[in-house]
Design a protein around this ligand. Structure first.
Ligand code: SF4
Length: 348
């Protein structure tokens, strides 16, 4: 199968049957993965602060500075959450919080250094999303490259592509005008790649975005990865798409159904033919997430906490074995995957 352009992707979305999408997605998936095999991780998102000045209208999580209900987790709170994750068999933490103007870059470097010192390579962590990284670099008056060096020296290996939602400038003006621009996002991500840390791509669907906006997001992601690979970098480790949860948000609205999500996963797998891992979201699609393996996904998280999406209506099932039984019933062998240590840290 040759590479699919935006026009063909739009035609597939509008006209292709599910069976046709599954067939094409499986063809691309099969370049890297066995058809009956999937990998997963057990992880927790630690929302270290809910204070945020960005005011995205699709967010039910944040409070403004000086409003009631704001918090910053103590170091002991963070360690207790990681200890509990380990007891449950998990080894991946994603740190994610708001744009808290009272927390400087040094706070984060100290936090990440202490986590690395305490847990070593036993626990891997996604230190920040790119959204937070851009905010912190700007607040510190540092270039993205300089901020990346500071974090890397503090023991950070991964900064994920979180906070992307829909990567078009129009979408950001409509819903997140104080967050950052799409250009900022990719410039920061490139600096992260060049620093030797690893990164990922993400996407959230189900707001009011158009098909054209979804495809622009995929096109920009593929272009970014093409450039990384051409320049000799590994670039994006994975692409994770989840779905908007509307409850308690200013934007409101409803949720898209699982069949639309599955079709979008298939389209993403077909379009992103240069990204090895396409991940399905148990956090927002629960039991329905596993069917996306048929539509081209190969990997998933079993999260035990994420306050951001839980505040907006996400439901977390603590019965991990029951969840794992679902992909097994669908015919998949599921294997635990430890977070990869980036090549730049192989001898660190
Ligand atoms: S989505 Fe993130 S950046 Fe936007 S308001 Fe919520 S916490 Fe802040």
């Amino acid at each position: 199968m040759t590479r699919v352009g935006v026009e063909e992707a739009a035609r597939l979305w509008r006209e292709a049957s599910d069976d046709e999408l599954i067939g094409l997605a499986q063809e691309v998936r099969g370049r890297w993965h066995r058809p009956d095999h999937a990998t997963y991780m057990v992880m927790r998102i630690i929302n270290y602060t809910n204070v945020c000045v960005a005011q995205c209208d699709y967010c039910a999580f944040y409070v403004l500075p000086n409003q009631d209900g704001g918090y910053v987790l103590s170091r002991d709170d963070v360690f207790a959450k990681i200890d509990e994750l380990e007891r449950l068999g998990g080894d991946l933490v994603g740190f994610n919080g708001g744009f808290n103007p009272k927390l400087p870059l040094d706070y984060y470097c100290d936090l990440f250094r202490s986590v690395r010192e305490r847990y070593g390579d036993r626990v891997e962590f996604y230190a920040l999303t790119i959204a937070e990284f851009v905010f912190l670099a700007d607040r510190a008056g540092l270039s993205y490259a300089e901020a990346a060096v500071r974090l890397r020296e503090a023991g950070v290996h991964w900064i994920t592509g979180g906070g992307s939602e829909i990567l078009t400038e129009d979408f950001r003006k409509r819903h997140a005008k104080w967050k950052y621009t799409v250009q900022d996002y990719f410039e920061a991500q490139r600096a992260i790649v060049e620093s030797g840390m690893r990164t990922t791509a993400t996407m959230v669907i189900g707001f009011d975005e158009t098909l054209e906006e979804r495809l622009e997001h995929l096109q920009r992601t593929r272009d970014f990865q093409d450039q990384c690979l051409a320049d000799g970098y590994d670039g994006l480790f994975s692409f994770l798409c989840w779905t908007y949860k509307p409850y308690g948000t200013v934007l409101g609205g409803g949720e898209i159904g699982a069949p639309e999500y599955w079709r979008h996963i298939a389209l993403s797998r077909i379009f992103l033919d240069n990204v090895k891992h396409i991940r399905t979201s148990v956090l927002t699609q629960n039991e329905e997430a596993f069917r996306a393996l048929d539509y081209g996904a190969d990997d998933f998280d079993l999260p035990i906490e994420d306050e951001v999406t839980q505040k907006a209506g996400a439901r977390i099932d603590p019965d991990l074995e029951s969840l794992l039984a679902i992909p097994r019933r669908l015919g998949y062998t599921v294997e635990y995957r430890r977070a990869e240590r980036p090549a730049a840290f192989a001898t660190a």
